[in-house]
Write a protein that binds this ligand. Structure first.
Ligand SMILES: [Zn+2]
Length: 275
């Protein structure tokens, strides 16, 4: 089980014991151990050849008692050791349980945050980790930086006594998948306002009875997805044409291809229809 660490620490590669569980990612890919057909995080001993000897790994917690740490690494054009394979992170999420998802998400987000805050934005001094909380502190002027989280709403819009669900095809989807309406919360906005605004902007309808369902960190690049259910109130659903190109009300019987397991959209839709 993955447990988040409250201690901020970077581990030098030279100090690894070999028994740490390591997340190595490269842009949209992640390296997993796939022995026996089951995904797990590789041991440090198994990936030592892929780590820069003078590099640092971000320690983010423990997984079944072992330290869990990681960093970005070159995974293309290198020899990947037997028993390990490089997978698109979304595929890895679809195949794996929440422990791997949470560990990979946290390593990706914290490594990126650390890399982007080497120096203080106020005075240019190298930043240090805070001793007390999850922050980087400037030893010169005291400026603090916390990991950035971008909250986003994702909404199951229902109609006709919860028999129908509004699903949309986004032009970014590479196949015929239909998903839920989603968008980022803007500065100064409540999440309920974001739900109403995003739905109006993307579909032209008004909703009522907004109800929170659940949440999921989503490291593409640093979102926290907040899932809601809302009821159709008025208006005819039309795709905005820029993000959404097709939209429709679907029942359990007419359900199209939905987002892959591992995404909160998949969870919300399958739970809604008791699939
Ligand atoms: Zn400073």
């Amino acid at each position: 089980m993955f447990t988040i660490s409250q201690v901020n620490k970077e581990l030098p590669v030279s100090e690894l014991t070999g028994q740490e569980r390591v997340v190595l990612f490269n842009r949209r890919d992640v390296l997993l151990s796939t022995a026996n057909g089951v995904n797990s995080l590789p041991l440090a001993d198994d990936v030592r050849g892929l780590l820069p000897a003078d590099g640092m790994l971000m320690a983010v917690g423990t997984i079944d008692g072992a330290i869990c740490c990681g960093t970005s690494a070159q995974l293309e054009d290198v020899d990947i050791p037997a028993g390990l394979s490089v997978k698109p992170t979304r595929i890895a999420f679809a195949e794996s349980g929440p422990d791997i998802m949470n560990a990979v998400s946290r390593v990706r987000e914290m490594s990126t945050w650390r890399r982007q805050h080497r120096l203080c934005g106020g005075c240019g001094t190298p930043m240090s980790f805070s001793d007390t909380d999850l922050a980087l502190v400037c030893p010169q002027c005291g400026e603090r930086y916390y990991p950035q989280i971008a909250p986003a709403v994702i909404v199951a819009i229902t109609r006709n006594g919860r028999k129908e669900l509004l699903l949309a095809h986004n032009k970014r989807f590479t196949d015929r998948t239909f998903g839920l309406i989603a968008g980022f919360v803007e500065t100064g906005e409540t999440v309920e306002q974001a739900v109403r605004r995003e739905i109006m902007e993307e579909t032209g309808i008004a909703v009522k009875n907004i109800r929170y369902l659940s949440s999921q960190p989503w490291p593409f690049p640093n979102s926290l997805m907040l899932a809601f259910e809302a009821e159709w109130e008025s208006g005819e659903a039309k795709p905005d044409g820029t993000e959404l190109v097709e939209i429709g009300w679907f029942t359990r019987e007419t359900l199209p291809t939905i987002p892959a397991p591992g995404s909160i959209a998949h969870k919300v839709i399958t739970q809604f229809f008791n699939l």
